[in-house]
Design a protein around this ligand. Structure first.
Ligand code: DGY
Length: 328
């Protein structure tokens, strides 16, 4: 019997490839540092039974409608806003993601960015290397205290909850805003539910960790930034378009807020003429939230398992649109 055919949009680590080898025939875009060009993607998906992709691939209706044979799109990430799930469901294609395995790693990174931004670690590092360090200055590079401060978390899903648990170690007051109340977590970490506006007004640190949806696009814009304290720090580890980047730039320049730590951007990679790049009060790693070696291997492995299940006629374990089964 012919093996199922799979297209993989980027090289995966060996443990993930071992799951696929022997079980499927695969083709691969084999460059690590460059996403598959759109025209290749459109061509490659036509005759395969499944696709394994990254957040860099725009799996919109045009791509999905070409996937005439496919049973599954297996994303190597927990977020899947790059995939037109409705289009996939219409075609009976399962969409899968990688929840759980990256929660703690991403929460660690949220904290790394928060601390680096609050205590000006990147700015200080650049200064040391520049040769401009002449003396220990009493008020040089002073930042914001994290311990005992108020942390406002927007989106208390798995990652938001893991961030809240870490905040207890810093004796922080924890506020959150979420679609639903999280009663268990309120009891566990003493988090308090507030409206978005109250969260923005009261927090010293605002952590964005909600999913990008039609409702959360530009959730944080000029008005919302205007509610924040002038000493506040905004951290976004979710998706860039949740924050209006133009408005954020203005708020940082005008010192409406004190600083921002962003792991995600409206356009990725960030174009070199992006105004934010010029600001010292912005810390801007290149979307590294889940980037520990162990976690990235787990994510790839999970995606390979999801894909194998889908192309073998099973409902994949991490399916986000189980209703696709009814269209098959
Ligand atoms: C995700 O999983 O959604 C991240 O943004 C990539 O690690």
């Amino acid at each position: 019997m012919a093996k199922p055919r799979v297209y993989i949009t980027r090289p995966l680590p060996q443990p993930a490839m071992r799951i696929l080898e022997g079980a499927v025939e695969y083709r691969l875009w084999d460059r690590e540092d460059e996403p598959v060009p759109r025209e290749n993607l459109l061509r490659e998906v036509v005759d395969v039974d499944g696709v394994i992709c990254l957040i860099t691939e725009k799996m919109d209706a045009e791509v999905v409608d070409r996937m005439r044979r496919s049973a599954v799109i297996a994303q190597v990430a927990v977020g899947y806003d790059n995939i037109d799930v409705a289009a996939a469901t219409r075609r009976g294609i399962f969409v899968t993601n990688t929840p759980g395995v990256l929660t703690e790693t991403t929460a660690d990174m949220g904290w790394a960015i928060l601390m680096a931004t609050a205590r000006r670690v990147v700015e200080g590092d650049k200064f040391t290397r520049s040769g401009r360090w002449k003396t220990w200055e009493l008020m040089g590079f002073t930042g914001q205290d994290v311990h005992g401060a108020t942390l406002g978390i927007i989106g208390l899903g798995r990652i938001g909850a893991a961030i809240a648990r870490r905040a207890r170690g810093f004796a922080m007051t924890i506020l959150y805003h979420n679609r639903r109340r999280a009663d268990a977590l309120e009891a566990e970490v003493g988090a308090r539910y507030v409206s978005l506006d109250d969260l923005l007004r009261q927090s010293d640190f605002v952590m964005v960790s909600c999913a990008l949806t039609a409702d959360t696009r530009h959730l944080i814009g000029e008005r919302e930034l205007g509610l924040m304290k002038p000493t506040a720090v905004l951290v976004n580890i979710a998706r860039g378009p949740i924050v209006d980047q133009r408005a954020l730039y203005r708020a940082l320049v005008d010192r409406k807020i004190w600083a921002a730590g962003l792991d995600v951007f409206e356009v990725e990679p960030v174009p070199m003429d992006e105004a934010l790049l010029k600001l010292d009060n912005a810390v801007i790693p290149p979307h590294l939230g889940s980037a520990s070696t162990a976690t990235r291997i787990k994510m790839a492995t999970m995606a390979a398992e999801n894909c194998l299940a889908g192309v073998s006629g099973r409902v994949p374990p991490n399916v986000v649109n189980p209703e696709a089964a009814e269209r098959r």
